[in-house]
Design a protein around this ligand. Structure first.
Ligand code: ADP
Ligand code: MG
Length: 693
């Protein structure tokens, strides 16, 4: 069945049914393709108006559209909106009683419905897919389609079944032509996830619309802040009423409660997390929508499907697990088009939190094996498996879920489990690795020195994007960044930069490590000082950096190529260099160049930002401790694959050597030694302080 789609009928429907004056970007093209019966993959950000792209074609084609949606709340919301427009809608999900579900089926079979919303797990109910297949559908829309991909950040096992049911649901005409097109919609799918969706759903030469990821009115900041300082920073940031309403994403229930409490002495704030009952969550969400609450501190998908236009600030009080999730969350700011900012706070300690989540969400393979081992070919009630598996309640549930996702177990609608295939071991390992790789991408995003918006847009594979710098983020506009503070480079720093330029001038590029070694400074600058200078040069447009790798002894090694840009090539020793050094991230410098004597004499420039610490003199004993600490720090940094300053700052290291703390409490008093650091490294550091005692 194909239906001609001329523009005037589409526009007429837009006016008469939906009451909208005009199509938004891409909507008309998408609708036309859908009306013609093409399979479609639609990746457009939340709020772009994807629903209309299946709703209008459904009406144009006539008959019933089947809409599959993962969340009851989303389903209810869409169904209510369509009913309000006078359309005939029914839905079937676990929140409704049997009578209502039966009524929906009757209406469907009578051909009375324009839209039928179902939750994917419904397809498990024996006879249900067959019942659906009795009628020809107008189209099949799969909302939040990324849930089908195990590479997606929101994977739902029930979506997996769609692929096997779709051929029957699509139906075919007398010529054997497929009748109902499949429309997959999502706001978040990387190119790998897009592929996966198309394959899993068996889509036929789908038209792809992947658009609109660049958000012109968002200024993204990424800043390294130790965990104990975050609450204070957030409070002062949001003290300014212009920065509210705001959503804060916390990494734990505890953090969400604490932050909400701290904020509520100054503004109307509340927590929202998975530990709260549904009623409380509903109340918080409604109060926020109505403007009665100005700030919500959330741990879970707060705001999924909600449409609050005037959110001015989104703060991540810890590292998110995936860039897809992060983009979704910051995307809730500034829907009204007015200027809005987002802040991502992170530090080394966040990685540990994440490791914890990873091991919780991906239990050891042995736990899955324990369950797999007791499964049989005959169905057994799930509750009877837990005791013989010897797993705790939560462990059991998580391990069984994973086993099911990967085909090692089948759980039917009645809660009976049977043994599945053996392939799960391999795919489970692959998925766990994939998760870790996604987090790597988040880390790389925070460490990168390119425009934040461009990096995100590229991540989603928006090919039509211009790739141009946004001009608003902390990389494009460091001086405008609120949390990252910058100071002017000192004379000594500018001298080093000048030398780096001279080193790079005659060559195409240098590896960053080689460049640092070639500088041959008497005092040597530390790795973090060097990195800060490179960052400053990137920001000033003097150099470009590029990740590269080579193979040695069968191992892939990464390095960075540094090359001069056209602007960098123009810089002569007489050019005044205006460089900004980030001192939120990298603290005070102790740059000693060719002439340490001269550097010492140099008076600190005016302004507190330029103040340098007086060089500290260590006695012989303290020198020994410092040397030991440095050696350990180098090894640790190498082991963790991070720059040394991430492990311990030069300044902190010196302070530790100077005071040689006797216990964790004293160690904690040292500037730069937060609780996370003390917890992680405290024992080793204290040991090193007193190794010779
Ligand atoms: P998405 O699913 O892409 O996140 P929705 O389909 O929920 O977005 O649409 C977001 C909002 O935009 C809804 O309130 C919808 O009514 C509105 N909308 C969609 N298309 C148009 C249009 N052409 N003109 C005006 N408003 C629109
Ligand atoms: Mg939607």
């Amino acid at each position: 069945m194909t239906v001609a789609a001329n523009s005037s009928t589409l526009t007429e429907l837009l006016h008469s049914v939906f009451g909208f004056a005009q199509f938004r970007a891409n909507q008309e093209e998408v609708c036309r393709a859908a009306v013609e019966g093409r399979d479609l993959l639609l990746v457009m950000p939340t709020g772009a108006g994807k629903s209309l792209c299946y709703q209008l074609p459904a009406i144009a084609r006539g008959g019933t559209a089947l809409v599959i949606s993962p969340l009851i709340a989303l389903m209810e919301d869409q169904a209510a909106k369509l009913s309000a427009l006078g359309l005939r809608v029914a839905r079937i999900h676990s929140g409704l009683d049997r009578g209502q579900a039966r009524q929906a089926c009757v209406e469907y079979l009578r051909g009375d419905l324009q839209f039928l919303f179902i939750a994917p797990e419904r397809l498990r109910v024996p006879g249900f897919p067959e019942m659906l297949a009795k009628k020809n559908l107008a189209l099949i829309a799969i909302d939040e389609a990324h849930c089908i991909s195990q590479w997606g950040h929101d994977f739902r096992p029930d979506y997996r079944m769609l692929g096997q049911h779709l051929p029957r649901l699509r139906g075919s005409d007398a010529q054997g032509e497929t009748i109902a097109p499949v429309l997959a919609l999502t706001a978040t799918a990387t190119p790998a996830v897009q592929e996966d969706i198309v394959t899993q759903l068996g889509m036929v030469r789908p038209a792809k619309f992947i658009h609109g990821f660049r958000r012109e009115n968002l200024g993204i900041e990424v800043v390294e802040i130790p965990i104990p300082h975050r609450a204070q920073t957030i409070c002062s940031l949001l003290a300014n009423a212009k920065r509210r309403p705001a959503i804060i994403y916390a990494t734990s229930r505890k953090q969400s409660e604490q932050l909400a409490e701290e904020l509520s002495s100054k503004m109307r704030a509340a927590a929202y997390h998975a530990g709260l009952d549904a009623e409380t969550r509903e109340r918080v969400q409604r109060a926020f929508l109505a403007g009665e609450l100005e700030v919500v501190v959330a741990t879970i998908a707060f705001g999924m499907g909600i449409d609050k236009p005037d959110i001015r600030t989104v703060i991540h009080a810890g590292l998110p697990g995936t860039l897809e999730g992060y983009y979704q969350e910051i995307g809730r700011a500034g829907r009204d088009g007015a200027s809005s900012r987002t802040y991502l706070m992170h530090s080394y300690a966040d990685q540990r939190t994440h490791d914890f989540f990873l091991s919780r969400d991906y239990p050891p393979v042995e736990q899955l094996s324990a369950i797999y081992g007791i499964l049989k070919d005959e169905p057994q009630p799930v509750e009877e498996l837990r005791a013989p598996s010897a797993l705790g309640e939560e462990e059991f549930a998580k391990a069984l879920e994973k086993l099911e996702i990967h085909g090692g177990a089948r759980v039917d609608f009645g809660g009976n489990a049977t043994r599945g295939g053996t392939g799960w071991k391999k795919t489970y390992a692959v998925q766990a690795q994939h998760r870790a790789a996604q987090f790597e991408k988040v880390l790389r995003f925070t460490a990168a020195s390119e425009c934040r918006m461009t990096a995100l847009v590229r991540h989603f594979g928006d090919e039509g994007d211009s790739d141009r710098p946004c001009g608003r983020c902390d990389v494009c506009d460091p001086a405008g960044a609120l949390l990252k503070q910058f100071r002017r480079a000192t004379h000594a720093e500018r001298e080093i930069v000048q030398r780096m330029i001279e080193e790079l001038r005659p060559v195409e590029y240098k590896a960053s490590g080689t460049l640092q070694r070639n500088l041959d400074l008497v005092g040597r600058i530390s790795r973090d000082e060097y990195e800060a200078l490179l960052d400053a040069m990137v920001r000033a447009g003097l150099i470009a950096q590029e990740e590269a790798e080579y193979e040695k002894d069968g191992e892939v090694r990464r390095f960075r190529k540094v090359r001069l840009t056209a602007l960098g090539l123009e810089v002569r020793p007489t050019t005044p260099l205006a460089l900004l050094i980030a001192d939120g991230v990298v603290e005070e410098f102790s740059v000693r160049t060719v002439s340490p004597a001269r550097a010492k004499k140099a008076k600190p420039a005016s302004g507190a930002r330029d103040a340098r610490p007086v060089p500290v003199k260590l006695n012989a004993e303290q020198e020994v401790v410092a040397a030991r600490l440095k050696e350990w720090r180098g090894a640790e940094a190498k082991r963790l694959g991070v720059p040394a300053y991430v492990v311990l700052h030069d300044r902190t290291l010196t302070a530790v050597a100077l005071s040689r703390p006797a216990n964790a409490r004293q160690l904690l008093e040292i500037n730069g030694m937060g609780p996370a650091k003390v917890e992680k490294f405290g024992r080793v550091i204290l040991g090193l302080c007193h190794a010779g005692d």
